[in-house]
Design a protein around this ligand. Sequence first.
Ligand SMILES: [Zn+2]
Length: 278
Amino acid sequence: MNQATLSTPFRASGVGLHGGQPAEVTVSPAGPGHGIRFVRADRPGSADVPAHMDRVTSSRLATTISSGSESVATVEHLLSALVAHRIDNARISVSGPEVPVLDGSAKRWVELLTDRQEQDARARTIRVLRPVEVKSGVRSMRLLPSDGLEIDATIDFEHARIGVQKLAFRVDPDDYDRDIAWARTFGFLDEVEALRANGFARGGGLENAVVFAPDGTTLNELRAPDEPVRHKVLDILGDVALLGCRLQGHIQAIRPGHGMTLALLRALRADPAAFERV
Ligand SMILES: [Zn+2]
């Protein structure tokens, strides 16, 4: 398998989910070995911010990556679309501190991501050889050997419209577009006030998130009954980009979150006998 990039740049604009500021994003082709890197277009001469686990400065609610004083927040939905479509190299220019949330899913990104171009260099992959596991209270994530990239997720929320949801997904570009890309981020009405007081969800609204009410209903229509667990798979895949190369392995996640996925990637890297680079 060879590395791949885009054939032509694409653009989207909107507000950030947490900061609420408007920004335009331009995703452009990049050469072999470049990887996926962000740059702040509103700060001329600023350093690139590579999409890499060593650059993560926050994984509370969303993933923020930084390089010195430059940072880009909520990178995971765009990265998810790029990983699902096996894009290894891209330059992502953002005219503000946060990637626009658009409709809260990766739907718009996969609509824009139509032209993939293979490059004259072999793809770099981390292949899992033996299990790695991380736990934190009721949350756990495991990484097992596989002949591809698979994500199984289980969530359990005490809400009548969610409850226990499970999904097993084998990553493939077409299946991702059909089954995962459109799943939106979600939140709970009784937590929104507290989030906003702490500087989160300021750009959040019914146009970019599913909101669950305390009375067991939703404030907007779900796109599928199991949309929440599909969004968790979307998020996990976005954080997998932070390995800095492709992953061959099987992720099993119980009550996942950005912090857990990052902990799993770090645990993998800390155990050199658990993987090989191919
Ligand atoms: Zn998300």
